[in-house]
Design a binder for this molecule. Sequence first.
Ligand code: APR
Length: 241
Amino acid sequence: MQIKPGDRIVILTGAGISKESGLDTFRDPDGIWARHSLEEVATPAGFARNPELVHAFYNARRRALADPDIQPNTAHLALAELEDKWPGEVLVVTQNIDDLHERAGSRNLIHMHGELLKVRSLHTHRVLEWREDLTVETPCPDTGQPGGLRPHVVWFGEIPLEMERIGEALERCALFVSIGTSGHVYPAAGFVREARLFGAQSVELNLEPSEGSDLFERHQHGPATEIVPAFVGELLAQVSS
Ligand code: APR
């Protein structure tokens, strides 16, 4: 890999990086969309039709994330170490709504699909930290009106967050790495094309070839807790040498 210290690195992550921490992916056979209807719990129409069902879905995921057994794994920690030690910008763009990257120490981080531990006021659009259950009765802190809050999560049909900042980072990076994502959902699945258009090298680290595997120049397949620390070690070996 012809990347040198000082070059910029963009890393896209998906549910696969959190799987070994104990959080489900979406499209694996035992995944979330095998047990829940995406249309009912992850679309604006689903929320309008049955907000109680949507709140129950995210309340269960918020409670699961609060389980002390759910901790960042060595893949999250390796990315935080890379950000710390790599003499150049390292930006993690995650599709995940868990907080495991933050808890591992990543700081230069974008949650393009929002965050499970935040809610948004439907009246003022203010985003606030939220760790409790949310119901249709919960009063909005800004207006006091019940039913004024929704999960701060990007649903299908909605625009992902910070797309301009992501686009700029893809244009400037020398290396684009995709970790633990099936390459099913756009715009994230198209980031590799954008990065390569501007000359970046591209690597896929995933349990198995993703939908967009052919778009990557290099691939490593295996569990994230094995292949991500090894990959980060390879990059950092260039720094110490
Ligand atoms: N290590 C590495 N990769 C893994 C592991 C593991 N231990 N376990 C599973 N994977 C891989 C799977 O092979 C799959 O390619 O992680 C990927 C998970 O794919 P999805 O379940 O589709 O999750 P993701 O790509 O993050 O989904 C993207 O879709 O439903 C929406 O908003 C949701 O952000 C999500 C988006």
